[in-house]
Design a protein around this ligand. Structure first.
Ligand SMILES: [Zn+2]
Length: 303
């Protein structure tokens, strides 16, 4: 057998782990059970159990390493959680030490959106492209920047927090302390909130708004146009900064591409000379919710 690595993707509600070969072929995948709400110790124990299970089946001889994507800010040097949107109990938790102690081996930690960007670069829509940006549209908006084939970290590992780019000067307040953040105007949560504001129904999800748009509902179409504008402004800024060839979008709202992409691309065009001048692709990502698993598994191969 050739070398393999283990990637772990800790989501908001579930944990998945996969053994992936150096050639990018997934060997096996398992799902854990601990929810973030169970707290750091339970989540780490579940993660360790999943990894041990796979190691015992596939053996240590060919194991290249273990990469773990987590939905929070990590201080890359110390492996301590600096911030975790939906799990305040994780703040200040020394997650890397806790995992390494129980596993008895080194692990590589990464922010989940950064992992997803790396996964798309390795085996998804970014194959063969060394410079790209990924925006993940979900409860919030995550971002990952790949430059020269590697994740851009910044000084603490907090670069690429693209969900908090300001796209509306005095827009909706955000948990980060700012107003008008991209994620308050273009996440799945924001789409649902706009739907409720526009009286499209109570307990609405972004899928419900999508279905209404498909049925030709004017207000639902307006919501996606507004979401597209917010994305287009963010993308124009990113294109002006990086002049990369590729910008990818993933997440629940992607099926509504036909409804939000016209205004998104029009805004990008209007606001970015670079976009109008350089060959630049803005496209849906390909790996869906497996991007983070691939990216986490790629971390040990990257060295
Ligand atoms: Zn924000």
């Amino acid at each position: 057998m050739s070398k393999y690595s283990i990637g772990v993707d800790l989501g908001g509600t579930n944990l998945r782990a996969a053994a992936i070969g150096a050639d990018g072929v997934m060997i096996e995948k398992i799902a854990g059970s601990a929810a973030i709400s169970a707290g750091p110790d339970a989540v780490v124990a579940d993660m360790v159990r999943s990894v041990k299970e796979m190691r015992s089946r596939l053996g240590d001889a060919d194991l290249a390493g273990i990469g773990i994507g987590i939905p929070g800010f990590i201080r890359m040097e110390t492996g301590v959680v600096a911030g975790w949107a939906n799990g305040p109990a994780f703040n200040g938790y020394p997650i890397r030490d806790a995992i390494e102690k129980q596993l008895g081996t080194k692990v590589i930690l990464e922010n989940d959106a950064n992992s997803a960007a790396l996964g798309e670069k390795w085996m998804g829509a970014g194959r063969g492209v060394d410079d790209l940006v990924l925006l993940t549209l979900g409860t919030g908006v995550g971002g990952g920047i790949i430059i020269g084939g590697r994740i851009l970290h910044g000084q603490l590992g907090m670069a690429g927090e693209l969900g908090h780019l300001t796209v509306v000067p005095n827009g909706n307040p955000c948990g980060c302390g700012n107003r008008g953040c991209l994620e308050k105007h273009a996440s799945a949560t924001a789409i649902a909130a706009m739907g409720r504001l526009m009286n499209l129904g109570p307990n609405l999800s972004s899928e419900d708004v999508f279905k209404l748009a498909q049925a030709g509902n004017d207000r639902a179409l307006t919501i996606f146009r507004s979401m597209g504008e917010a994305l287009g402004i963010a993308l124009a800024n990113l294109i002006n900064i990086f002049n990369f060839p590729l910008y990818l979008l993933s997440g629940g709202p992607i099926p509504a591409w036909e409804f939000f992409s016209p205004s998104m691309l029009a805004e990008a065009k209007r606001r970015s000379f670079t976009y109008r001048t350089a060959a630049t692709r803005i496209e849906p990502a390909k790996l869906g919710n497996e991007a983070g698993l691939y990216g986490a598994a790629f971390l040990p191969f990257q060295g």
